[in-house]
Design a protein around this ligand. Structure first.
Ligand code: TMP
Length: 234
């Protein structure tokens, strides 16, 4: 497998073509944004942490029969993935309230959400990724009804699996964001799963081990990502 030219550069990742049309390389940068890019910065070595953490989680979900785009990790910052057509939808699951749901609905941070809240946002930077529902997805033709059903089923199972996975590492999975893509007529879990895309709280103390440390200038950001990686690699 040969690395070829750059196809696309996003806020946190670069994508390269390979000599295989169905496979591409996802390179993880240290660049970090928050609040729809209103806040920008660098978390030193974040690309390494997130590549390795995501690789482990995709491997775990794969063994639990969740189809993902992940093929294998190639280097510290690169993974080989299937070239999917990313759906312009972000899928968010919230087990406890934190972040935007607290601001939008006036809920206390840490309040348990039973059953977990499922949100969809429309992936569109110039609109700040607005919240949408299934009828918007249908009217805007962002995904078929059948695809939405598959995504909901996978997402619920991924939440159960990841809650257990992180609980074994003494981390509470507060919320997370997923992206899915189309590949040869199937839906695959795509993008990344990392402390950028999950809120992880230390069980017992509630210490934040995720991007909220960057969002809210809490310090010890690299240490938090390193800590999550160390536990995931155990
Ligand atoms: P929020 O509380 O800011 O809406 O975020 C909910 C979860 O989704 C949190 O774990 C962070 C993650 N997320 C992303 O990964 N990308 C995004 O663009 C946003 C808004 C949230």
């Amino acid at each position: 497998m040969e690395k070829r030219e750059r196809i696309f550069e996003g806020k946190t990742k670069i994508v390269y073509r390979t000599d295989e049309p169905d496979l591409i390389i996802q390179y993880f940068k240290d660049d970090t944004t928050a609040f729809n890019s209103a806040k920008k910065g660098i978390i030193v070595n974040k690309g390494i942490f997130n590549n390795k953490i995501s690789a482990r989680i995709f491997e775990f979900l794969g063994t639990e029969n969740i189809p993902t785009h992940f093929e294998r990790r190639l280097s510290d910052r690169e993974m080989l993935i299937k070239r999917v057509e990313i759906l312009p939808i972000e899928v968010i699951v919230r087990n406890k309230a934190a972040g935007s749901i607290c601001r939008n609905l006036g809920i206390r941070e840490g309040a348990k959400l039973t059953p977990p809240v499922l949100e969809f946002t429309y992936k569109k930077d110039d609109l700040n990724d607005p919240l949408i529902n299934e009828s918007h997805i249908r009217a805007l033709k962002l995904a078929s009804d059948q695809e939405v059903e598959v995504i909901k089923r996978y997402t619920q199972r991924i939440n159960e699996l990841m809650e257990r996975f992180f609980a074994d590492l003494n981390l509470e999975l507060i919320d997370f964001k997923l992206e899915f893509g189309r590949y040869k007529g199937r839906i695959l879990l795509a993008d990344e799963i990392s402390p950028d895309t999950c809120r992880l709280w230390e069980m017992g103390t509630g210490e934040r081990l995720d991007k909220d440390r960057f969002r809210h200038d809490m310090g010890d950001i690299e240490e938090a990502y390193q800590e999550v990686l160390s536990r995931v690699e155990k």
